[in-house]
Design a protein around this ligand. Structure first.
Ligand code: NDP
Ligand code: MG
Length: 381
């Protein structure tokens, strides 16, 4: 299969795994973008020889430009540079930027009519109805990279329209499964960064520990699959083998299983509707033995409940919850707030946001800014 790819967030956990998949399949990479990691993106430029590369940081972009002056790759900078890469020559854009920073590049790629694979769930959490509307207008199917959404998407292949009854969204439960609020009071950054099953970037690893990640994924699923939050059942499944499932109107439950390896959903998004004859680690159910399922504890892990409330209220509330979370996670990683304060701040900032349906992209950024400011002015007490 001939394919040329543009990878946004190429230096991150998903970005580097996407480049591994591109290498394995022999695909061309025509564009790369990241935040500020000059060393790694220089190596990537030398290996993949893209036409364009962008770094969000102006200073890092200047450095990169000097370092790769001997190559034919054009260097761009700032958010406009990242968006220009998203619109540039190439068949498919994969957005693996972390946070709301991915929203404008998503819009740029869709406006340019690109095939589009999405890891950056914050795009849909913050700008969901705008982004889905734009994709519909352009006739673009958003291909999910997030493992659960990929599993749902895979499980729905062949299901007739209107046959989806319910989504079973699985969650590993994170490193603090079954802990009480009291026990969570004293957890450290190091403990929160140790995920039992997945190796991921720092922000999503903390989101997995608070269950914010599952809340963001409920919102992501509402937009991607056109369902209500009430039609999504979150199930704690400690082994991360069933990546999610769907229940159809006739009661049949169809799911996708596999080892916890993001290269599988990344590759499917990049080959859809085909399947690549390239496999990574194979699943042995006999070795796994037991799969378990339980209800999540949304009293202790309040972020999940806050996100469900946020999507039920709709409008700009999810953007506020997301912005507050991005800021609170940064403060936690900087050791300025405790683990439990993340959920408290996200809850308070979301409650402070008016729903305001019919919003514009500028309204989304304003809600994000206001929520961050709310967190900064309230975290001290
Ligand atoms: P990482 O933190 O590992 O990587 C983030 C990437 O985004 C880096 O390339 C970073 O560049 C880049 N970046 C950050 N800010 C900007 C910016 N302003 N402009 C351009 N690029 C920027 O994150 P992950 O790979 O873990 O996650 C990426 C996304 O995928 C997230 O939305 C996450 O929720 C989602 N996801 C991740 C999974 C995983 O297994 N990791 C699983 C499912 C979803 P630099 O390195 O230069 O800072
Ligand atoms: Mg996921």
């Amino acid at each position: 299969m001939e394919k040329s790819l543009i990878i946004l967030g190429s230096t991150g956990s998903i970005g580097t795994q996407s480049l591994t998949v591109a290498r394995q399949n022999g695909w061309r990479v025509t564009g790369l973008a990241a935040g500020s990691n000059v060393d790694l993106i220089e190596q990537q430029v030398r290996e993949f020889k893209p036409l364009k590369v962008a770094l969000f940081s102006e200073e890092a972009a200047r450095d990169l430009k000097a370092r790769i002056a001997d190559t034919d790759t054009a260097v761009l900078s700032g958010i406009s540079g990242v968006c220009e890469v998203a619109e540039s020559e190439g068949d498919l854009v994969l957005n693996a930027i972390v946070g709301i920073a991915g929203l404008r590049p998503t819009v740029a790629a869709l406006k340019a009519g690109k095939q589009f694979a999405l890891a950056n769930k914050e795009t849909l959490v913050t700008g969901g109805s705008l982004v889905m509307g734009l994709a519909r207008e352009k006739g673009i199917k958003i291909l999910p990279v997030d493992s659960e959404h990929s599993a749902i998407f895979q499980s729905l292949q062949g299901a007739p329209e209107n046959s989806l009854k319910k989504i079973l969204l699985t969650a590993s439960g994170g490193p603090f499964y079954s802990k009480t609020r009291e026990e969570l009071g004293s957890v450290t950054v190091e403990q929160a960064l140790k995920h039992p099953n997945w190796s991921m970037g720092a922000k999503i690893t903390i989101d997995s520990a608070t269950l914010m990640n599952k809340g963001l994924e409920v919102i992501e699923a509402v937009h991607l699959f056109g369902v209500k939050a009430d039609d999504i059942e979150v199930l704690v499944h400690r082994q991360s083998i069933l990546h999610s499932a769907v229940e159809l109107v006739d009661g049949a439950v169809i799911g996708q299983l596999g080892t916890p390896d993001m290269k599988v959903p990344i590759q499917y998004a990049l080959t859809y509707p085909e399947r690549a004859n390239v496999a990574y680690e194979r699943l042995s159910l006999a070795d796994i033995g037991t799969l378990t399922f339980a209800k999540p504890d949304t009293e202790t892990f309040k972020c999940l409940r806050v996100c469900i409330d946020a999507i039920n209220r709709g409008g700009l509330v999810p953007a506020a919850a997301n912005g507050a979370n991005e800021e609170a996670v940064r403060l936690f990683l900087d050791r300025k707030i405790s683990f439990l304060q993340i959920g408290d701040l996200v809850e308070a900032a979301a409650a402070n946001q008016k729903a305001a349906h019919n919003y514009t992209i500028e309204d989304v950024f304003e809600a994000d800014r206001a929520a961050r400011e709310f967190v900064i002015s309230h975290f001290g007490g």
